[in-house]
Design a binder for this molecule. Structure first.
Ligand SMILES: O=P(O)(O)OC[C@H]1O[C@H](O)[C@H](O)[C@@H](O)[C@@H]1O
Ligand SMILES: [Fe+2]
Length: 209
């Protein structure tokens, strides 16, 4: 049996990264076209910051993509809004939909926005030392509802994969996280959202249905 070597990494909370991790994934504002409700505000943001400005960045350790192995890393998200809508990640369901994930708040104030295949919605607030469990089959997206960088450590099974189309095909997630008018957050309906067909929901659940 050829074993992998143990790894040790440092969560650099101030830098918002996993020091020593080999891979880095960056999403710029230019990558996030179509995500936000207020398109004019989105164009203004691109003009002000430039399409290449980093919206969020992930540093992670991906030892393999084997079933039973694990990917660990750190996400850092900038604070801000597009119109009333707080900055968020693209969001996904795992390509192997029955794979879970955990997120641990390191700094900042965030939310995990979750949506089940048949359109149930949950929000979990993330603050330092909050551990959020994302169960199998839930679409998930992080939202920075604070005024500082949101930094989270995460871990998920190495064979999970990410499917982004599930959100795009539904016209986004069912709810949008917006400023409540006093600097807090509230969830509002996304008028563009369309329910998934029963056949698609069943296909996602596969043999577990
Ligand atoms: O994949 P996105 O929806 O763009 O979110 C960015 C990242 O969020 C989390 O940190 C996940 O664990 C990463 O695997 C993911 O890549
Ligand atoms: Fe995930």
């Amino acid at each position: 049996m050829r074993l992998r070597e143990p790894g040790v990494f440092t969560v650099d909370v101030a830098a918002g990264e996993l020091s020593g991790a080999a891979t880095r994934y960056r999403k710029t504002f230019g990558d996030l076209a179509g995500l936000y409700a207020d398109e004019a505000a989105f164009r203004r943001l691109l003009d002000e910051r430039g399409a290449d400005a980093v919206a969020y960045e992930v540093t992670d350790h991906k030892p393999s993509s084997d079933a039973g192995d694990m990917i660990i890393g750190v996400t850092r998200m900038a604070p801000g809004k597009v119109g009333a809508e707080y900055f968020m990640t693209r969001g996904h369901i795992h390509a192997k939909a029955d794979r879970p994930e955990m997120y641990y708040g390191e700094s900042g104030h965030g939310l995990m926005l979750l949506e089940s295949p048949d359109g149930e919605v949950r929000t979990v607030e993330l603050r330092p030392r909050t551990l959020c469990y994302v169960p199998p089959y839930w679409i998930h997206r992080s939202v920075n509802v604070g005024t500082d960088d949101l930094v989270m450590t995460f871990a998920y099974p190495a064979d999970s994969g990410q499917d982004y189309d599930i959100i795009a095909k539904a016209g986004g997630m069912r709810r949008r996280i917006v400023d409540d008018g006093t600097g807090g957050w509230t969830a509002v309906d996304n008028a563009d959202w369309r329910p998934r067909s029963a056949a698609l929901v069943e296909a996602l659940y596969g043999e577990a249905a």
